[in-house]
Design a protein around this ligand. Structure first.
Ligand SMILES: *Cc1c(COP(=O)(O)O)cnc(C)c1O
Length: 349
C-alpha cells in the first residue's frame, strides 16, 4: 500500500544509529556511567511525590525546572526554556523562526538532526562548508551570501569534536539577519580555556544556546534539553510548544537529577581523560584524529565501513557517520577505551 506521505519524505529512513547488543557500545555519545544509587533514590522519591497528582496536567511553563536550569547556567528562568531533549527545543526554534519560505544554514559535517528538523518544519536547508581541518570556511561570507533565517553553529561540533572561538560566533551573530543557534550539547566536556556562547547572550538578543542533560549529566533516557536566550526568544518559543509538553514526571526527575549535579557531573573529568587518551594513542598509531572538545573522537579510517565491521566483530560498536574516511568513537569508561584501543592496535598493525 502506498500512503500519501509528503513527497520530501519519499525514500527517507527514520533517524537512528543501530542499537546492537554488543559488549562495548561507543556509537551514540552516551555517558557510559549508570546513574549512581544516591541519585536514583532521589529521583524515585521525587517521582513518588508526583504520582497522586497525575490526574492533573503538569506545569505548562515548567517554571521550577527552568529556575533550576537557570541557576546552573547563572541566568534567570525567563532566559531558559526546556523540552523533551534539545532536539525538541531546536524543532520549536525552527517552527517559530523558520518554516516554509524560510531557510536554515548549517556547516557540514555537523549534527545530522539539524537538516532533518529543517525538513520536518518545511525549512529550506542550506549546506555551509568547512575547511579540510573542519573549521568553518569563511562563515561570515557564507551567512552574508545566503541570508539564512536561522544559522546553526554546533560547538563542540558533532561529529568532528571541533569547538568554535567566541570571536567566530560573535562575527556570525553580527551579520546574521535572523536567529543564531549554538548547539552546545557537549559543552561540559570542552577543554580548559574554551568558553561557552552563554557568555555572549547579553550582547546578542537573537542568539540562542541549546544544551542537554543527555550527555554530561548521563540522563539521555530522561529526555531533557533546554535553551538559554533572551526573554523575547523564550516567549516566542512558547507560541509553538505543545501544551503540557513536559510531563510532571520528566520535570520532577530532571529537577532531582539537577539537585545532584555534583555527583552526576563527576564523570566528566574521567571521560575527558579517556578522550584525551584515545587521541594520544591513535596518533601514536599514525591514525589521523581531529582535536576534540567533546566526549567523542573522530578518527581516520581509509575504508570506514570495513573498519566499522572489523571493530564490531571484536565486540566494539562505533559510529559510521557517513563521512568518507572517518569514524567516530565515544569516550566511555577506562575498560571500554581499553577494548577499543586494543582492537584498533590489532586492526591498524
Ligand atoms: C546528542 C546531541 C544532542 C542531544 O539531543 P537530545 O535531544 O538533547 O538528547 C543535541 N545536539 C547534538 C549535536 C548532539 O550530538
Amino acid at each position: 500500500m502506498s500512503l500519501p506521505i509528503r513527497p520530501e519524505y519519499a525514500g527517507q529512513h527514520p533517524y537512528g544509529a543501530p542499537q546492537l547488543d554488543v559488549p562495548v557500545r561507543l556509537n551514540t555519545n552516551e555517558n557510559s556511567y549508570p546513574v549512581p544509587p544516591e541519585v536514583t533514590e532521589a529521583i524515585a522519591a521525587a517521582l513518588g511525590k508526583e504520582l497522586a497528582g497525575l490526574n492533573r496536567y503538569p506545569d505548562r511553563d515548567a517554571v521550577a525546572l527552568r529556575t533550576d536550569l537557570a541557576e546552573y547556567l547563572g541566568l534567570t528562568a525567563e532566559q531558559v526554556w526546556a523540552a523533551n531533549g534539545s532536539n525538541e527545543v531546536q524543532q520549536e526554534l525552527l517552527q517559530i523562526f523558520a518554516g516554509p519560505g524560510r531557510s536554515a544554514l548549517g556547516f557540514v559535517p555537523t549534527y545530522s538532526m539539524h537538516p532533518l528538523l529543517a525538513l520536518g518544519t518545511g525549512t529550506q536547508w542550506i549546506e555551509g562548508r568547512r575547511t579540510a581541518s573542519f573549521e568553518l570556511a569563511d562563515p561570515v561570507g557564507q551567512v552574508l551570501a545566503h541570508q539564512p533565517d536561522v544559522v546553526f553553529l554546533c560547538s563542540p561540533n558533532n561529529p568532528t569534536g571541533t569547538a568554535l572561538d567566541l570571536e567566530v560566533i560573535a562575527a556570525v551573530a553580527d551579520v546574521a539577519p535572523g536567529i543564531v543557534v549554538v548547539d552546545e550539547a557537549y559543552a561540559e566536556f570542552r577543554r580548559p580555556g574554551t568558553p561557552s556562547a552563554v557568555e555572549l547572550l547579553p550582547r546578542y538578543p537573537r542568539l540562542v544556546v541549546t544544551r542537554t542533560m543527555s550527555k554530561a549529566f548521563g540522563f539521555a533516557g530522561g529526555r531533557l534539553g533546554y535553551l538559554a536566550a533572551s526573554r523575547e526568544v523564550v516567549e516566542a518559543v512558547q507560541l509553538v510548544r505543545l501544551p503540557y509538553h513536559l510531563s510532571a514526571l520528566t520535570q520532577a526527575a530532571a529537577r532531582a537529577a539537577l539537585a545532584h549535579r555534583g555527583v552526576l557531573l563527576s564523570t566528566v573529568e574521567k571521560i575527558k581523560d579517556q578522550r584525551d587518551r584515545i587521541v594520544r594513542e591513535l596518533r601514536s598509531l599514525q591514525v589521523p584524529v581531529a582535536d576534540s572538545d567533546a566526549n567523542f573522537v573522530l578518527f581516520g579510517a581509509p575504508d570506514a565501513p570495513a573498519l566499522w565491521r572489523d571493530l564490531l566483530a571484536r565486540g566494539v560498536l562505533v559510529r559510521d557517520v557517513g563521512l568518507p574516511g572517518w569514524l567516530r568513537v565515544t569516550a566511555g569508561t577506562e575498560q571500554e577505551t581499553d577494548a577499543f584501543l586494543a582492537a584498533m592496535k590489532e586492526l591498524v598493525a
